[in-house]
Design a binder for this molecule. Structure first.
Ligand code: SAH
Ligand code: F3S
Length: 481
């Protein structure tokens, strides 16, 4: 593998692993969650062995793949728009093949081939190893589709090609699928049952990343806290495991510790935590290792107990507060972020007020907020009417977004005058004279470049802030450097 350094429009560096001798060009783009971005790196790796190197130019591509998201209707509409664009390009370059990957492929299956004439192949999230065969089918004029969900596939044996990388931060996938069955969520249908990846292959990937100069990893899963390795197989079959398998099983807290010890200077993050599965063991492990970042993405979705129950979330607001109190007791400066949904079926004004009061209680560092979007096949779609008017959803969303902005500002102000450790990731979007990175709590921090470079750990004195960004000056390398 030869390393090619390219430059994109913003002047950031992209490091692409290109395989010598490969002549075909793959244009791959991803929508949706970090897992999709991570999966695209696996796909690029599989196709590198089939003669494809990636290109940044759609017009040059022999093969175009779009890794899709089904989480909300809008995400699907975005992909449909992209297909129109590919169609226009295909008119100029008729040999170009187009494939749909990911959650929309899984949800719509062969319908895609019927609905969108431009699509040549449809591949679900567990079937990427079948891509070489499917491409053969396309060449021979057959329908190319594989949307079979797997009980074992974790792609643990595939070393991802790092796409669009800053060379400093990387995702490492640790679980696939989700067993939680939140009633609004399409993920359990599109990504299948939950299974964990062999810790050995995770550690190998972490070590390899460190050797390549990466300084921060994010362990990824729909529900990382329920990671459980007992030799392979579905999480739900753990009960049937042998006594030896049970005794030697690796939990998420164990895995975190293994990673933290394997590379003591590598920053370690993880996402996403479901409150019902988060244990104090994980929090204690975070506290024990300085290189595990003090930040937890802890989606709650609603502040109303009645709505939480309708959503099939397995905890109450009181239990959630207790969890946060316990986290803050062990790690006082732990940042916490949320995902929130407004306008879930039957949500009343009182329920909405409960969400606002929960937010006032927690004062999240940041958050990702959405209006409920009904997803075909989910329990909520089958059993409940999408009865909150669009205008009401919009207004409630605006209210929680505004409140979150206040809280974010409250949190960033706490850093004023303090020294924070920042890992430099890229030039600041607003000023080329400044670096941009994040502190342990994942707050974006910008400061004058001086002689520092991407990948350095720097101590930054915070002198100013907005609700989303800390602004400061470097006072030297941190001891982690
Ligand atoms: N555990 C996952 C959650 C996936 S979906 C993870 O790794 O992030 C991300 C967020 O999208 C959810 O937390 C939820 O807030 C939101 N979401 C999911 N389904 C939705 C729907 N039908 N309508 C609106 N928002 C939704
Ligand atoms: Fe979706 Fe709930 Fe799993 S939000 S991904 S079903 S934890």
């Amino acid at each position: 593998m030869e390393k090619i350094i390219d430059e994109n429009k913003q002047g950031e560096f992209l490091t692409l692993d290109a395989k010598e001798g490969n002549t075909k060009k793959l244009f791959i783009e991803s929508y949706g969650c970090a897992m999709n971005f991570s999966d695209s790196e696996i796909v690029a790796s599989i196709l590198a062995n089939e003669g494809y190197n990636t290109t940044q130019h759609l017009e040059d591509a022999d093969l175009v793949l779009v890794n899709t998201c089904s989480i909300r209707d809008k995400a699907e509409q975005t992909v449909r728009k992209r297909l129109e664009k590919y169609n226009a390009v295909k008119k100029i370059n008729p040999k170009m093949k187009v494939g749909v990957l990911g959650c929309m492929a899984e949800r719509l299956k062969s319908k895609f081939l019927e609905e969108e004439k431009i699509v040549d192949l449809v591949v679900g999230p567990d079937a990427y190893k079948d891509l070489p065969n499917l491409l053969n089918d396309v060449d021979e004029g057959r329908d190319a589709i594989n949307v079979i969900l797997s009980k074992e596939e974790t792609y643990g044996d595939i070393s991802p090609v790092r796409l669009l990388s800053n060379g400093v931060t990387a995702f490492v996938s640790i679980t696939r699928g989700c067993d939680n069955m939140c009633t609004f969520c399409v993920v359990p249908f599109t990504r299948g049952r939950e299974r964990s990846r062999d810790p050995q292959s995770i550690l190998e990937e972490v070590n390899d990343l460190w050797n390549k100069g990466f300084k921060e990893i994010t362990l990824l899963g729909q529900n990382v806290d329920s990671y459980l390795w007992y030799g392979g197989g579905l999480k739900k079959d753990f009960d049937k495991a042998s006594d030896i398998q049970k005794a030697t099983a690796v939990s998420f807290a164990n895995l975190l510790e293994l990673c933290a010890k394997a590379q003591p200077k590598m920053r370690i993050r993880f996402s996403t935590s479901n409150p019902q599965d988060m244990t104090m063991d994980v929090v204690k492990t975070m506290a024990k290792y300085q290189n595990i970042c003090n930040y937890i993405h802890l989606p709650v979705q609603s502040g109303s107990n009645r709505i939480l129950k309708e959503m099939n979330r397995q905890h109450t607001r009181e239990e959630y507060f207790e969890l946060i109190d316990n986290i803050k007791q062990i790690i006082p400066d732990c940042a916490i972020s949320q995902d929130m949904i407004v306008g879930f079926p039957t949500e009343t004004e009182e329920d909405h007020q409960d969400t606002l009061s929960l937010m006032n209680h927690v004062k999240y560092d940041f958050g990702y907020m959405f209006a409920y979007s009904e997803r075909p096949g989910t329990m909520a779609e089958r059993k409940m009417e999408d009865d909150v008017p669009h205008e009401t959803k919009k207004r409630r969303l605006a209210e929680i977004v505004a409140l979150q902005q206040e809280h974010s500002h409250y949190r960033t102000k706490q850093f004023l005058g303090q020294v924070v450790e920042v890992l430099i990731e890229k030039p600041s979007k607003k000023s080329d004279a400044h670096w941009s990175g994040r502190n342990q709590q994942s707050t974006v921090t910008v400061f004058p470049k001086e002689n520092y470079k991407v990948g350095d750990f720097v101590n930054v004195k915070v002198t100013d802030c907005t609700s989303a960004t800390l602004i400061g000056e470097a006072i030297g390398y941190s001891e982690n450097n």
